[in-house]
Design a binder for this molecule. Structure first.
Ligand code: ATP
Ligand code: MG
Ligand code: MG
Length: 553
């Protein structure tokens, strides 16, 4: 795998290794198992696993499962599958923050003993009011000066389940006048009478993210705890907890800008809404920015890794043009995907002067970008299909493809000329009559005459039928997520994000296509079998991406 391009986090790690601050690098990727991973997570995965790999360290996969109300086992499995598919391996280093509940509880007891935490009886609403605002200092809780003994007793009784949800919390005792609101006696534990997906009914108090995260990092010996910018204001709390507890391992939290993509919504909550309201066919709908959606769409993991490297790592939020992702996909598939011919909207062509019953096997190049992919034989016969859009009865000036009286080249085959047009009773063109020139086999005329277009085709007698799903961007607006006050993001859904074509005609070799293989249908784009809906006798192909690149460097 390629190296991580230079960035400020890599600089910090290189510096820490060269000064001997650390002998090795230990990072972690800490998803909350409350949904499926998306391409934003991929940025974090490529960074955390990529840096660890490059410097010979390791990256832990840690489930940050401290909130029992939203988490499910289903998500744990999908997250593991997605990280593996992206090409990364956590080895033995699979962890769950919930495995640390006992140790975290002991740390909380220690903080109480050190006079740095207290049990507070204010209601959640009162805590909010007492917290103050950016311009106004907070007010101290009347419970702030309870004795250590009373706090220890109450905290133990919280654990035993003697109190109702919201009745009491454990708070850090820091500074209600701090300019950083996160430092105004933040909540460390709350009561939740909710079973946990791994610890069952064992606990009814759960640590907050801020308390659990720094200590989980410390317990695991993480050297660099890389997270997104919204945690920058939490860093003083991260450091405060570790300092007050005087833990032996104090990781460095480093923040970077999260990935935002144009024409996309990224937060799990919004993706969930798309699934639940039926705007898409599940979390793995090929239009979703989820890793499972991208996989089903046919996007190679190497293209996602390359994209994550190209976008770099910065300290300032920005929106990345989705055209760059599409560009990385095309670049990869152009090198690797074998070319085939598939007619998506078939128009029947009878070549009148071609012998009845004859079949020729024509040699076709599998990939002009890669001679090692060799050639294949594709059958040609008297009746073929071409693309409906490659013919016009009354063509405008710039249309160079087939028209009455005009000659074009059939890819790898012959020149044909249209001599007659057959229509049904409604006037729709249903068949073309053509003649071919046997002298033009392979695509050139001995007399040197030129044609202006080369069309793909499929022999009718040999074609395999397929359904083809043409996917496009899910949103028609570059910025569907306008935030508060703006239109709801679903207002910007692209009604043409999925076009289903039935009765497509593909060259016969595609009958043996397998899930995970990707093809270029010449002149159409890149396609793959749909892993969910395709059957041996009813093939379904997804369009991964079209051929036209809109990325401008
Ligand atoms: P969301 O807001 O989409 O629900 P999250 O941050 O709550 O995402 P987590 O499961 O907590 O999701 O994320 C796991 C890791 O992935 C975190 O370290 C988080 O910072 C990182 N991450 C999440 N979204 C992005 C993103 N868009 N770009 C980069 N990293 C991200
Ligand atoms: Mg999170
Ligand atoms: Mg979240």
């Amino acid at each position: 795998k390629d190296k991580v391009p230079p960035n400020f986090i890599k600089d910090i790690i290189e510096h820490d290794l060269s000064t001997g601050k650390h002998k090795t690098v230990i990072t972690r990727f800490p998803p909350e198992p409350n949904g499926y991973l998306h391409i934003g997570h991929a940025k974090s995965i490529v960074l955390n696993f990529g840096l660890a790999e490059e410097f010979g360290g390791r990256c832990h996969l840690r489930f940050d499962d401290t909130n029992p109300t939203k988490e499910e086992e289903e998500f744990v499995e999908s997250i593991k599958e997605d990280v593996r598919w992206l090409g990364y391996d956590w080895g033995e280093h699979l962890y769950f923050a919930s495995d640390y509940f006992e140790r975290l509880y002991e740390y909380a007891v220690e903080l109480i003993k050190r006079g740095k935490a207290y049990v507070c009886d204010l209601s959640p609403e009162e805590i909010r009011q007492y917290r103050g605002t950016l311009t106004e200092p907070g007010k101290e809780s009347p419970y702030r000066n309870r004795s250590v003994e009373e706090n220890l007793d109450l905290f133990e009784r919280m654990r035993k389940g003697e109190f109702k949800e919201g009745e009491r919390v454990l708070r850090a005792k820091i500074d209600m006048a701090s300019g950083n609101i996160n430092m105004r006696d933040p909540v460390l534990y709350r009561i939740l009478h909710v079973p946990h997906h791994r610890t069952g009914d064992k606990w009814c108090i759960y640590p907050t993210y801020d308390f659990a995260h720094c200590l989980s990092d410390s317990i695991e010996g993480i050297t660099h705890s890389i997270c997104t910018l919204e945690f920058e204001d939490h860093r003083p709390l991260y450091d405060w907890i570790l300092d007050e507890l005087e833990v032996p391992c104090h990781p460095q939290q480093i923040e970077f800008a999260r990935l935002n993509l144009s024409y996309t919504v990224m937060s799990k909550r919004k993706l969930k809404e798309l699934v639940e309201k039926g705007f898409v066919d599940g979390w793995d709908d090929p239009r979703m920015p989820t890793i499972s959606g991208l996989r089903r769409r046919g996007i190679p993991p190497s293209a996602i890794r390359e994209f994550c490297k190209r976008i770099g790592v910065a300290k300032r939020d920005s929106v990345v043009d989705i055209a760059l992702l599409e560009h990385c996909i095309r670049e990869e598939l152009n090198k690797t995907a074998p070319r085939v011919m598939g007619v998506l909207r078939p128009l029947k062509v009878v070549i009148e002067n071609y012998p009845d019953g004859k079949t020729e096997e024509l040699e076709c190049i599998n990939n002009p970008e890669d001679p090692d992919q060799g050639t294949r034989l594709v059958p040609f016969s008297k009746v073929i299909y071409i693309e409906e859009t490659d013919f016009m009865e009354d063509p405008p000036k710039k249309f160079y493809r087939l028209a009455p009286g005009r000659e074009v080249r059939l890819r790898y085959a012959y020149f044909i000329k249209c001599v007659d047009v057959i229509k049904d009773s409604s006037g729709k063109v249903v068949e073309l009559r053509c003649i071919y020139d046997p002298e033009t086999k392979g695509g050139n005329a001995p007399d040197g005459r030129k044609v202006k277009a080369t069309l793909h085709w499929v022999s009718q007698a040999h074609a395999v039928d397929a359904e083809v799903r043409l996917y496009d961007r899910l949103f028609k607006d570059p910025n569907p997520d306008r935030g508060k006050g703006g239109p709801h993001f679903t207002e910007f859904l692209n009604p043409e994000s999925l076009v289903v074509l039935k009765g497509c005609k593909l060259e016969p070799g595609l009958a043996n296509a397998k899930v995970g293989e990707r093809y270029q249908f010449e002149r159409q784009g890149y396609f793959c079998l749909d892993s969910k809906d395709s059957r041996q006798d009813q093939l379904v192909f997804n369009r991964i991406v079209t051929l036209k690149d809109t990325w401008e460097k």
